[in-house]
Design a protein around this ligand. Structure first.
Ligand code: 1CP
Length: 349
């Protein structure tokens, strides 16, 4: 790997291809329901989207885990579903049930989505980014994010979370012309959204493709790799030098073509990826991030220590960022997160 110029913040140094004695660390969903201070603040807000669109509250929620644990990166508090919301689809978060959207199933449903007013709708999110830029410690990096087109499209077509993605696949396999229009719109919208996040101060981007693992390889090429590649090209052409982390969760061996073809600087590894395989096939090409099982963080104790040590031993001989294989679970005791962070800080090869 070509070593790029050396930025100061440890998180950005790993993304630039540096190997560090102690890896930087942050956790997906490091802000959220496992923290009592989040629950308290959430109880005061009208709804989840309202929280995402309130710069005061979203800034505070982003900072909460930093105060407790001093992570090396903060991730903007928002959600991947603000993009369909800003495109004019109806999006609700029902208490305890997850997101509900008015499904996009027909040509006219796609016609009804619009980029008019898209950036305006997301103005509060950009305001949050610019406040965070001034509020986070100097050694801490600020991560912006969006859902990758395939994953966001699954919510848009299904109208909710899904286990089998029958509706999304029915459109992708049966009406690829229609599904392509939706994906193209998402590439455009998400590109605009992320470029604006960068202009407001985020220093790296993560693309969450949580349901990438649901697709067979040819469809993975068409609906995961190709749109991600276009999105990465678009962002990097507009804002050269911005590091991008891809997270094609569940992709298995398809992590390799994902890394080779999308142009990302790093990949976030899910819990199921064999680490020795990832180190030997991927780490010479991109930085690695991951992949502790969130359930081990919930359990804590020696099981957590052993698993964390193994990841550090295997992954930290190259560019690496410690993280989970998926988000922090709601039932995680906050002290377990402290235990993990202390252990990573104490790591010396
Ligand atoms: O009521 C609440 O408090 C809602 C819980 C919650 C939170 C804390 C949701 C609803 N979203 C979030 C924040 C969030 N979502 C962040 C912010 C910051 C952080 O990481 O600290 C991020 C990056 C996301 C991204 C996100 N949202 C993803 C991709 C990552 C993943 O978890 O796979 C996905 C799939 C969503 C959709 C979503 N948002 C929320 C729910 C309940 C869901 C559905 C999840 C599902 O279908 O299983």
């Amino acid at each position: 790997m070509i070593e790029k110029s050396s930025p100061k913040k440890p998180f950005l140094r790993s993304l630039a291809g540096e190997t560090q004695e102690r890896p930087p660390c942050w956790l997906m969903r490091q802000a959220g329901r496992y923290l009592p201070e989040y629950r308290a603040l959430r109880a005061q807000s009208k709804g989840f989207l309202d929280l995402c669109y309130s710069p005061d509250l979203a800034t505070e929620v982003t900072l909460q885990p930093l105060r407790r644990y001093g992570f090396d990166a903060a991730i903007l508090f928002s959600d991947i579903l603000v993009v369909p919301d800003a495109l004019g689809q109806t999006v609700h978060f029902q208490e305890g049930e997850g997101p509900k959207l008015t499904p996009v199933r027909h040509s006219k449903d796609i016609d009804a989505l619009t980029l008019d007013g898209f950036q305006d709708h997301l103005r509060p999110v950009f305001e949050t980014v610019s406040r965070l830029k001034d509020a986070i410690p100097t050694e801490t990096a600020l991560i912006g994010f969006a859902g990758a087109p395939w994953t966001v499209a699954t919510y848009m077509v299904e109208g909710s979370g899904s286990k089998d993605f029958v509706e999304a696949k029915t459109m992708a396999y049966g009406r690829p012309d229609l599904f392509q229009r939706l994906i193209d719109l998402l590439v455009d919208a998400t590109g605009d959204y992320l470029i604006k996040q960068i202009d407001q101060g985020v220093e790296a981007i993560q693309l969450f493709d949580s349901w990438a693992g649901a697709l067979p390889e040819d469809a993975f090429e068409t609906w995961v790799i190709a749109p991600t590649k276009r999105l990465v090209e678009r962002i990097k052409t507009a804002r050269p030098g911005i590091p991008i982390i891809g997270f094609p969760r569940g992709a298995g061996a398809l992590y390799l073509p994902f890394v080779e073809r999308t142009g990302v600087d790093a990949v976030s590894l899910d819990t199921g990826i064999p680490l020795d395989w990832a180190v030997s096939h991927l780490q010479s090409k991109v930085a690695l991030q991951g992949n502790l099982d969130p359930v081990l963080l919930m359990i804590g104790g020696q099981a957590l220590d052993h698993a964390a040590d193994r990841i550090l031993r295997l992954c930290n001989n190259g560019p690496f960022i410690f993280n989970l294989g998926h988000g922090v679970m709601q039932t995680t005791p906050p002290e377990n997160v402290g235990r993990l962070v202390d252990r990573i800080r104490a790591w010396r090869g």
